[in-house]
Design a protein around this ligand. Structure first.
Ligand code: DC
Length: 214
């Protein structure tokens, strides 16, 4: 089992970089953020309060979540588009701070990797909690204004100021939670993506990977 862990905050460019890196290496790719979003999506659909720890954790344990190249299916409902929408984005921080949900999803992420020769796994706690023994770890960051600008281009129906404020709020919740907070592992390669494009970062990671594994 050969895991490449890519962590970092929202808008750091880690999804684009992780996906391209997996392509270049011919490895499968797992977006763990999509799994937390899938749980938030299901909670909203069932009318659960996203802050209700017990009810949301119980639901998460029974939920069928499929994240693959075709998109995201939750209990056989296609949620690919909706998990990126503003309602799920608003609810997901509370869901991701729920220890019962984290235990369940971390378990599923380890299961997903088992049985694969190797994978690129992207999230917030992959190098620190889920796969502390990963073969290679990268932590991507960028300035808040750059990250908010990137997200704003994706969600064009929100004002830049609102996107930046929401992002700062999520950063605080993600970094401050007790269980699996957003954190940089001591042995991760740290890259500031603020003024660089994704392909240059993929090249840098491929080179660092080559050096780390030879
Ligand atoms: O990367 P993203 O924006 O799709 O992540 C959605 C939410 O899930 C975000 O609040 C951070 C959280 N998350 C997490 O807590 N742990 C992970 N491994 C991945 C995402």
């Amino acid at each position: 089992m050969h895991v490449i862990a890519i962590d970092g905050p929202a808008g750091s460019g880690k999804s684009t970089v992780a996906r391209r890196l997996a392509e270049r290496l011919g490895l499968d790719y797992l977006d763990t953020g999509a799994m937390y979003r899938a749980v938030a999506f299901a909670a909203l659909r069932r009318g659960l309060d996203p802050e209700d720890l017990e009810a949301v954790a119980r639901m998460a344990r029974q939920l069928e979540i499929v994240v693959d190249a075709d998109g995201v299916r939750v209990d056989d409902v296609d949620a690919t588009i909706e998990i990126r929408g503003p309602e799920v984005t608003r609810a997901v921080s509370a869901v991701a701070a729920n220890p019962g949900v984290r235990t369940e999803l971390v378990h599923r992420q380890r299961e997903w990797v088992r049985g694969r020769a190797g994978a690129v796994v992207e999230g917030r706690d992959i190098g620190t909690v889920v796969f502390p023994d990963a073969a290679f770890k990268a932590y991507l960051t960028a300035r808040l204004d750059v990250r908010a600008g990137r997200r704003h281009r994706e969600v064009t129906d929100m004002a830049y100021e609102a996107v930046a404020a929401d992002m700062a709020r999520r950063d605080t919740i993600d970094s401050g939670r007790v269980d699996g907070p957003l954190a940089c592992s001591d042995d991760a390669v740290q890259i500031d993506t603020s003024d660089r494009d994704a392909d240059a970062i993929v090249e840098e990671l491929l080179q660092a990977l080559g050096e780390a594994t030879t």
